[in-house]
Design a binder for this molecule. Structure first.
Ligand code: HH2
Length: 279
């Protein structure tokens, strides 16, 4: 396995990032954690199950979704970030493309900004992460959630996504973000056909070669449903398969809704690969 890149995010690699969507419309857990108390309970449960990061989202980015205003996103996310940051010993990540949400969330105790627009949606986002020294995940997306699944096209999906991430890393560095603050993500399902997603998963080693921690978000996604013919809640074992494939390629952070099965798969796979039984 490749050596883990140094990163200002204080976690070991590989790690599980547990997802809590404080939204009415997320594709797999929409409406379940809209009340702050439910989101807090879910965050605590995910940490107990092995999450090394909890990712809080207040805006769905599922295909076809509509953007949410900053004040509504803040209303959803901030109380959960505050409550969780007080109660858990793991970093809290906020899944947002808005500088104001990022700034307030970092002030409330969040430790990582997960920006699915890779610093493109809000021109002030790069200043917030540079100024506050926050680690930031740069994810690839083709177009915007509303339209991204309408006939996505690439010359070569791996080359094109790599080139995009290299350009975004260079942009961040030029604007004062330190290299060890950067994480990268090929953006599984964001403007990609089933075949594009599978090709990216087959070539994850090329993303690892960028030298930054690779975040992988396959959890319950549509391409798994296309293979298995199943609904989001029934795609857990399919997700686990991609976690193990990602681990073998050297990916570092696995963003999942179902922490326990993915965490256990990582532990067993690591024990095989490295001989560490944890016993
Ligand atoms: N996927 C989703 C949201 N945020 N962030 C990163 N870094 N990588 C991903 O693959 C990723 C992400 C979509 O999943 P989910 O949050 O469950 O759904 P929704 O966008 O509908 O809230």
């Amino acid at each position: 396995m490749t050596v883990a890149p140094t990163c200002s995010l204080d976690i070991a690699f590989p790690s599980i990032m547990g997802v809590v969507n404080v939204t009415p419309d997320s594709f797999s857990d929409g409406g379940r954690f809209l009340a702050a108390a439910d989101a807090l309970a879910q965050g605590l449960a995910l940490v107990r199950e092995g999450a090394a990061i909890v990712d809080i989202g207040g805006e769905s980015t599922r295909p076809g979704s509509e953007p949410v205003a900053a004040d509504e996103e803040l209303r959803r996310v901030l109380p959960v970030v505050e409550a969780l940051a007080d109660r858990v010993g793991v970093p809290i990540s906020v899944d947002t493309t808005k500088a104001e949400v990022a700034r307030r969330a970092l002030g409330a105790g969040a430790a990582l900004i997960n920006d699915v627009s890779a610093l493109r949606a809000d021109p002030e986002m790069v200043e917030v992460v540079a100024e506050l020294g926050a680690p930031v995940c740069l994810m690839h997306m083709l177009g915007a959630p509303k339209t991204m699944q309408q006939d996505p096209h690439y010359d070569d999906v791996v080359d094109d996504v790599l080139q995009f991430l290299e350009e975004r890393m260079a942009f961040a560095l030029a604007r004062g973000v330190a290299e060890d603050q950067l994480l990268v993500d090929p953006g599984i399902g964001f403007g990609k056909t089933v075949e594009h997603n599978l090709t990216l998963l087959r070539h994850l080693d090329r993303f690892v070669a960028l030298g930054r921690p690779v975040v992988l978000g396959t959890s319950r996604k549509r391409f798994l449903g296309a293979i298995l013919g199943s609904e989001p809640g029934e795609r857990v074992i399919g997700t686990v398969a991609t976690t193990v494939v990602g681990l073998l390629a050297g990916a570092h952070v696995f963003r999942v809704h179902d922490v326990k099965p993915n965490f256990e798969a990582l532990r067993v796979a690591l024990a095989v690969l490295e001989g560490a039984s944890g016993a």
